[in-house]
Design a protein around this ligand. Structure first.
Ligand code: CP
Length: 307
C-alpha cells in the first residue's frame, strides 16, 4: 500500500513515477464522485483552503474551488488586486497571515518562478502550486496526463508532441517532467526562438518543423503564445506563426486520425489552433477541463492527509 508523505505539491519534477501514478489513481476514484447525483464527500470537512491568485485564471481557479467544495472544505478566495499586496505587504507576510487564520492549505498562483518553493520552507501549512511564472503548473500536467490515460489506456511508449511557446510555458515544462517519468516519448516544436535544445539533455526530441513533430504523434498538445512573459519579438508576425506552427484545416492532414488534440487553455483561436479543430472530433480540450476537478480533488486530499 503506497503512503503519500508530501505536504506540498510544488512541481512534477519533485515527484517519482509512483507518486504521479498514485495521484492519478486517486483522481480516478474522485472522478466517480463527480459523476454521482450528489457530487460531494466529507474528506476535507473541518479543513480550510485559501485560494490565493496573484495572476489571472479562469479554469484553474474555478476548478480548485469546485474540487474544494466537493471535498467539503471551508474556502476563502483572495485576489492580488484586492489583497494588501497592493499596499506593499510582502508575499511572505501575506502568506504567514493567511496561515495565522488557520489555513490548512494555500493554493497559489504567482508570476514569480519559485514563489511556492520559497513559502513551502517557511510555512507549516500545505502549499499547492496553481502555476508559478514560466516554471511549473503541476495540476495542469496531471490533468493532461489523466486525460491521455483515459483515452489511450497507458502513457508508456506514447508519442506526445507539444507545440508552441515552449520556453515561456510552465505547462510544457510540467508535461515534459511528468510524461518522461511515465515513459512517454516527448517531442517539442516551435519557432527556434521559442524552443530550447537544452531539453534534449533530458531526453526530449526538439524539432523546428511542425510536420515532422506531429507525424506519428498519439497526442498533440498546442500551446498559446505567452505574450505576457515575452520581453522581445520572437517571430515576425502572428499570421506567420499561425501558418507555420498552427494546427488548422491545412496542417491537420499531417496528424494521425486517432491522435488526440489537447490545449491547456485559454485558446487563441485562429493562431495556434483553428476553431474547427478545437471544436472537432479529435479535440479533448473540454474533457481536460472536466478532469481537472478530479485531479485537484486528489491533490488536495493527499496533501491534507500528509499534514
Ligand atoms: N490552463 C490554465 O491554467 O488556465 P487558466 O489560466 O484559465 O487557469
Amino acid at each position: 500500500m503506497f503512503a503519500w508523505t508530501k505536504k506540498d505539491l510544488l512541481s512534477l519534477y519533485d515527484l517519482s513515477a509512483e507518486e504521479i501514478n498514485h495521484i492519478l489513481d486517486t483522481a480516478a476514484e474522485f472522478k466517480k464522485v463527480s459523476e454521482r447525483r450528489v457530487k460531494k464527500v466529507p474528506a476535507l470537512r473541518g479543513k480550510t483552503v485559501v485560494n490565493f491568485f496573484v495572476e489571472p485564471s479562469t479554469r484553474t481557479r474555478a476548478s480548485f474551488e469546485l474540487a474544494e467544495k466537493r471535498l467539503s472544505a471551508d474556502i476563502i478566495n483572495i485576489s492580488a488586486s484586492t489583497s494588501s499586496l497592493t499596499k506593499g505587504e510582502t508575499l511572505l507576510d501575506t502568506a504567514k497571515n493567511i496561515e495565522a487564520l488557520q489555513a490548512d492549505i494555500i493554493v497559489m498562483r504567482h508570476s514569480a518562478a519559485g514563489a511556492h518553493n520559497f513559502l513551502s520552507n517557511k510555512l507549516k501549512c500545505s502549499i499547492v502550486n496553481a502555476g508559478d511564472g514560466a516554471h511549473s503548473h503541476p495540476t495542469q500536467a496531471l490533468l493532461d496526463i489523466f486525460t491521455i490515460l483515459e483515452k489511450k489506456g497507458s502513457v508508456e511508449g506514447l508519442n506526445v508532441s507539444i507545440i508552441g511557446d515552449i520556453i515561456h510555458s510552465r505547462v510544457a515544462r510540467s508535461n515534459i517532467w511528468g510524461l518522461l517519468k511515465l515513459g512517454a516519448n516527448v517531442t517539442i516544436a516551435g519557432p527556434s526562438t521559442l524552443i530550447s535544445r537544452e531539453f534534449e539533455k533530458i531526453g526530449v526530441r526538439v524539432c523546428d518543423n511542425f510536420r515532422e513533430a506531429v507525424e506519428n504523434a498519439d497526442v498533440v498538445n498546442l500551446l498559446r503564445i505567452q505574450h505576457e512573459r515575452q520581453k522581445a519579438s520572437y517571430f515576425p508576425s502572428i499570421n506567420e506563426y499561425a501558418n507555420i506552427f498552427g494546427l488548422n484545416e491545412n496542417s491537420v492532414k499531417y496528424l494521425n486520425k486517432d491522435a488526440l488534440v489537447m490545449h491547456p487553455g485559454p485558446i487563441n483561436r485562429g493562431v495556434e489552433l483553428a476553431s474547427s479543430i478545437a471544436d472537432g472530433s479529435q479535440s479533448v480540450i473540454l474533457e481536460q477541463v472536466t478532469n481537472g476537478i478530479a485531479v485537484r480533488m486528489a491533490v488536495l486530499y493527499l496533501v491534507a492527509g500528509a499534514l
